[in-house]
Design a protein around this ligand. Structure first.
Ligand SMILES: Nc1ncnc2c1ncn2[C@@H]1O[C@H](COP(=O)(O)OP(=O)(O)OP(=O)(O)O)[C@@H](O)[C@H]1O
Length: 230
């Protein structure tokens, strides 16, 4: 049986509870993801996709329910343990890549490892250079991130997300601001790394073509999962 990376049980999120602006955005989400799965999360604007991704990424806490990451329950974790687990287990790719513009491309890719352990080991520098070569940016390691095009910066962000060899890769509209050819190329990288590292990939996308290219599609409507295709 495939190893389970993520399990959500009756996950709920209420924003501003106990105030007149209280809003329940997720109404009890059950799902799981196994190693090697490439899964698209689709749904209309405002349906709660980013909220769900933030909970899964341990960037925000659920109001109720439980979230297991690598078999570990996460609800009761203190901030430091939560941050450690996030850094160990999860890679993130966002629509706006949040690179540090004045840093070199190589240092941007190494950043998650530097946060974890300070100065990176030689093997990690090699790993980062290898990932840069894989995303087609071999000659760009010493360039400043700000000197790259949007598509190139997104590829740097993918290399950065993978440098820790995460069990789970989360991507929120990673191709949202790219033209369709560049978007295809970026998505192809997800497919390749998903196959290569066997990480689980969960990608939020509005692009039905890209969603159709995933093995699984999960659809969120008004805070409920209504489609669950295996
Ligand atoms: N930090 C927050 N505080 C209060 N309400 C929020 C917060 N973040 C999101 N919401 C609300 O939760 C609902 C779902 O938002 P969310 O961003 O999760 O949807 P989405 O499906 O990702 O939308 P989109 O596709 O437009 O990015 C919206 O009504 C939004 O206003």
């Amino acid at each position: 049986m495939s190893e389970e990376v993520l399990r959500l049980e009756a996950l709920r999120k209420v924003y501003k509870p106990g105030t007149p602006l209280e809003q329940e955005v997720l109404h009890g989400i059950d799902m799981h993801l196994c190693r090697g799965e490439l899964c698209a999360l689709v749904g209309p604007s405002g349906s709660g996709k980013s909220t769900l991704l933030n909970l899964i990424g341990l960037l925000d806490a659920p109001t109720a329910g439980e979230l297991y990451l690598l078999g570990r329950p996460t609800r009761g974790l203190q901030d430091a343990a939560r941050t450690r687990l996030r850094n160990e287990a999860i890679g993130f790719v966002f629509q706006f890549h949040h690179l540090i513009p004045a840093f070199s491309v190589l240092d941007n890719v190494l950043m998650p490892l530097m946060i974890r352990q300070g100065r990176p080991a030689a093997e990690h520098v090699e790993r980062a250079r290898g990932l840069l070569a894989e995303v087609g940016l071999e000659g760009f390691a010493a360039r400043k991130a700000s000197e790259l095009s949007g598509g190139q910066q997104q590829r740097v962000a993918i290399a950065r997300a993978l440098v820790t060899h995460p069990a789970l890769l989360l991507a929120d509209e990673p191709t949202g601001n790219l033209d369709s050819r560049t978007a295809d190329a970026v998505f192809e990288l997800f497919r390749r790394f998903n196959a290569r590292f066997g990480c689980a990939v969960l990608v939020v996308t509005h692009d039905p073509r890209l969603a159709a290219g995933c093995q699984r599609q999960i659809e969120l409507v008004d805070g409920r999962l209504i489609t669950y295709k295996a």
